[in-house]
Design a protein around this ligand. Structure first.
Ligand SMILES: O=C[C@H](O)[C@H](O)COP(=O)(O)O
Ligand SMILES: C=C(OP(=O)(O)O)C(=O)O
Length: 352
């Protein structure tokens, strides 16, 4: 073993958020659209709007053409279910890894470990702009606080992931993100970390962050109060069953935060068997009929079912290179069915 500590070498300069947004600006009409979409999501989270939020799309984004193809289908589906569901497309540019692995399109757009971050930032922002132009609201996982400023004018809903919900750095970042926040339970299944995160992110605080010119600054965050828990299952198995939803909701209520939850049909709730997401949605539909406190669902879905190995080449068009996904037809069928279970006039029962 080399006993010497290594030193950092080979530094590269990265385009700043200001430079990238100057190159790929957000038009005024899209700014207005995104402001409206953020408000619509906030109203569902607060219960003012009785529709369901559906965060849906590929586990990770790797191919802009296939993502746009998917987005176009989502736009048509949104028209069919507009009175019951608000579809928000997963545009996940970064992947958190359990240990190590491909870290997503923004970090390694060519998927060959060349880690061309400047190219990743460019193609990622280009793709987000194109999807926004189709009229869809965007969801992403806020993972690397240094990268959030490159996309924060575009995102309407953020996930804080199972591997980072407990992190103070991420809670600080969340307190100044402009979209609504979904905090996942931890990978061990425990949701107290997410409850603490919801409370922490809601508070204005002094944080260190990178500004639009790439400088490290100390700033005051406003606090973000539009947030909720996402139940994604854990090491011991799923946590979407009615008694588990009730228990989580009671704990949230006791903590004085939003007691309604989003159910992630994927991850440990489907045991990474993508087709089982349909069973989770069936259960959500039944729970909605029984007035369970559910505000939304998350689904990992792409054009083609399953997953393929990560590769630098094109691979199978429209198939995930990370977690397995539900195919388009099954996604569309399940969401149309789910829409029929949403009760727009339901008084959501508060847990006893
Ligand atoms: O959603 C994707 C994965 O579940 C997450 O990035 C963890 O992946 P890994 O366990 O393969 O590293
Ligand atoms: C990584 C993800 O989820 P989780 O944090 O629940 O593992 C994801 O949704 O891509």
């Amino acid at each position: 073993m080399n006993s010497k500590l290594s030193t950092t070498t080979n530094e590269q300069s990265i385009t700043t958020p200001a430079e990238l947004t100057q190159q790929l600006p957000l038009a005024a009409n899209l700014q207005a659209q995104i402001a409206k979409q953020r408000l619509a999501i906030q109203k569902i989270i607060s219960g003012e709007d009785k529709r369901l939020i559906v965060v849906v799309g590929p586990c990770s984004t790797h191919d802009s053409a296939a993502s746009l193809d998917y987005a176009q289908r989502l736009v048509k589906l949104q028209e069919k279910v507009a009175d019951k569901l608000l579809l928000v497309m997963r545009v996940y540019l970064e992947k958190p890894r359990t240990c190590l692995g491909w870290k997503g399109m923004v970090n390694d757009p060519d998927r060959d470990a060349s880690n061309n971050l400047n190219k990743g930032l460019l193609v990622s922002r280009q793709l987000m702009l194109q999807i926004a132009q189709l009229g869809l609201p965007l969801a992403t996982e806020a993972l690397n606080p240094f990268l959030a400023p490159y996309f924060e004018d575009l995102v309407s809903w953020y996930a804080l992931g199972a591997r980072t919900t407990e992190s103070q750095t991420h809670r600080e970042m969340a307190s100044q993100l402009p979209g609504s926040l979904g905090f996942k339970n931890g990978t061990d299944g425990g949701f107290s970390v997410a409850i603490n995160a919801i409370k922490a992110a809601a508070q204005p605080q002094q944080i260190t962050r990178i500004n639009s010119h790439g400088q490290l600054v100390l700033s005051n965050s406003p606090g973000n109060q539009s947030s909720h828990l996402v139940l994604r299952g854990g090491n011991a198995g799923p946590n979407y069953y009615p008694e588990q939803v009730t228990a989580a909701s009671q704990a949230l209520l006791k903590a004085g935060v939003n007691h309604r939850v989003m159910i992630d049909a994927s991850h440990a709730n489907c045991g990474k068997v993508a087709e089982r997401q349909q069973e989770v949605l069936e259960s959500v539909g039944q729970q909605l009929q029984a007035n369970q406190p559910i505000l939304g669902v998350m689904l990992e879905s792409f054009l083609v079912a399953g997953q393929q190995p990560l590769q630098a080449g094109e691979g199978t068009y429209g198939q995930s290179m990370t977690d397995p996904c539900l195919d388009w037809q099954a996604t569309s069928n399940s969401l149309i069915k789910l829409a029929q279970t949403v009760k727009l006039t339901a008084q959501v029962a508060e847990p006893a």
